[in-house]
Design a protein around this ligand. Structure first.
Ligand SMILES: Cc1cc2nc3c(=O)[nH]c(=O)nc-3n(C[C@H](O)[C@H](O)[C@H](O)COP(=O)(O)OP(=O)(O)OC[C@H]3O[C@@H](n4cnc5c(N)ncnc54)[C@H](O)[C@@H]3O)c2cc1C
Length: 297
C-alpha cells in the first residue's frame, strides 16, 4: 500500500497531525493503538476548551473519529520496523504488511514503559535489565534471556534474540498480537510462558525472575518490552539519531534531521503535556503535507 503521509502513534500528537494532514486532502495513514497512549485512562483538567475534568480516553476516541471523518485511514497496530528505499519510507506493521510513504511523522510518545516490579530498577543500566533488544543483543551471546511483554515488539524481538542467546523465554500473562508472529517465534525456538514476572532477582547482576505461577526461571538478562517500539529505536532504523535522553530534536516546523521525517509530542521533549503534543501535532501534520506537495511538483 502507498501513502503520502504515515503518522506513527495514536496519541494526541499523532491524531492531531492526522487531522491536519487529512484535511489537506493528501493520502494520510495513522498507525498506533489509542489504548497505549499516555492520555488513555487519565483525567485532564488543564486542556483548553474543557472546563472541569474530562476523560482522556473520550478526547482520544472523539479525535480519532474526527481524523477518520476527514479521510485518514487508521490501523490499530504497532509499527515493527522502518527502512528507506530511495525517496520512500517503508513502514512494516505487526501483521507483516508494509506501507510505502513519502513522508513520516513520528508521534510515538515516550514508550519505555516500566514493568514496576522489585529488582527492575536495581539491575537496569547494564546489570541485566534492558529496554532495547536491538541495542543490547550483543551482550547476551550464548546466554539465557527473557523478553517480557505480550505485544508485537516483544514477540518479534524474542525471535530476533534467538540469533544471539542460547535460550529465549517470552513471558506475558496474555498475548495481544497476530498468531503468525507468535508461531514464527516459537518455530525459532522461543519458549512462551503465560504468567507475569513478579520480581527480578540477583546479586551484582540478574540471576533469575520469579513468576506469578510460583516458578523461578534462571537467566542472565531480562528485556522489558511493553507497548510499541520507542521512537528512538525506530528512528535509528532510518538514520535519525536521538538525543542522549531518547528525545528527537526538531526545528520550529517539527522537521527532524532526516528529510521528510517530522516529529511531535512527548518524543520531542518537555513539557510532557497534551496541549504541547496537540500543538506540535498540527505543525508536524501541515509540514508533512507541505513536504509531500514540494516533492510531487
Ligand atoms: C498519569 C498521567 C497523567 C497525565 N496528566 C496530564 C494532564 O493532566 N494534563 C496534560 O496536559 N498531560 C497529562 N499527561 C501527559 C499526556 O498524557 C502526554 O503528554 C500526552 O499523552 C503525549 O502525547 P503523545 O501523542 O506525544 O504521546 P502518547 O499519548 O503517549 O501516544 C503515543 C502513541 O504512540 C503509539 N506508539 C508507540 N510506539 C509505537 C509503534 N512502534 N508503532 C505504532 N504506534 C506506537 C502508542 O501506542 C500511542 O498510541 C499525563 C500523563 C500521565 C501518564
Amino acid at each position: 500500500m502507498n501513502a503520502d503521509v504515515v503518522i506513527i502513534g495514536a496519541g494526541p500528537a499523532g491524531i492531531q497531525a492526522a487531522i491536519h494532514a487529512a484535511r489537506k486532502k493528501v493520502q494520510t495513514v495513522l498507525v498506533g493503538k489509542v489504548r497505549n497512549s499516555a492520555m488513555h485512562g487519565i483525567e485532564i483538567e488543564n486542556y483548553f476548551g474543557f472546563n472541569g475534568v474530562k476523560s482522556g480516553t473520550d478526547i482520544l476516541e472523539d479525535g480519532l473519529e474526527q481524523a477518520k471523518s476527514f479521510g485518514c485511514q487508521f490501523f490499530d497496530m504497532n509499527v515493527l520496523s522502518l527502512s528507506k528505499d530511495g525517496d520512500l519510507f517503508k513502514v512494516r506493521l505487526e501483521d507483516g504488511s508494509e506501507i510505502c510513504a513519502r513522508s513520516l511523522v513520528m508521534a510515538t510518545g515516550m514508550t519505555r514503559t516500566k514493568l514496576g516490579v522489585p529488582g527492575e530498577r536495581t539491575f537496569a543500566n547494564g546489570k541485566g535489565v534492558s529496554y532495547c533488544a536491538t541495542c543490547d543483543c550483543n551482550f547476551y551471546k550464548q546466554k539465557v534471556v527473557a523478553l517480557v511483554g505480550g505485544q508485537a515488539e516483544a514477540v518479534a524481538d524474542a525471535e530476533f534474540m534467538t540469533r544471539y542467546a542460547s535460550k529465549v523465554y517470552l513471558i506475558s500473562p496474555t498475548f495481544d498480537t497476530s498468531p503468525s508472529l507468535l508461531e514464527a517465534a516459537e518455530k525459532a525456538g522461543v519458549v512462551k510462558i503465560e504468567a507475569s514476572v513478579t520480581e527480578i532477582v540477583g546479586e551484582n547482576k540478574v540471576k533469575s525472575v520469579k513468576l506469578s505461577d510460583g516458578r523461578t526461571i534462571e537467566l542472565d538478562g531480562v528485556f522489558i518490552e511493553l507497548g510499541g517500539k520507542s521512537s528512538a529505536d525506530l528512528a535509528m532504523e532510518i538514520d535519525l539519531f536521538p538525543e542522549m535522553d531518547d528525545t528527537i530534536k526538531i526545528d520550529r516546523n517539527c522537521r527532524t534531521s532526516v528529510e521528510g521525517v517530522f516529529a511531535c509530542g512527548d518524543i520531542t521533549g518537555k513539557p510532557l503535556q497534551v496541549a504541547k503534543a496537540v500543538g506540535e501535532g498540527a505543525v508536524a501534520g501541515l509540514s508533512a503535507v507541505e513536504f509531500v506537495k514540494k516533492v510531487s511538483e
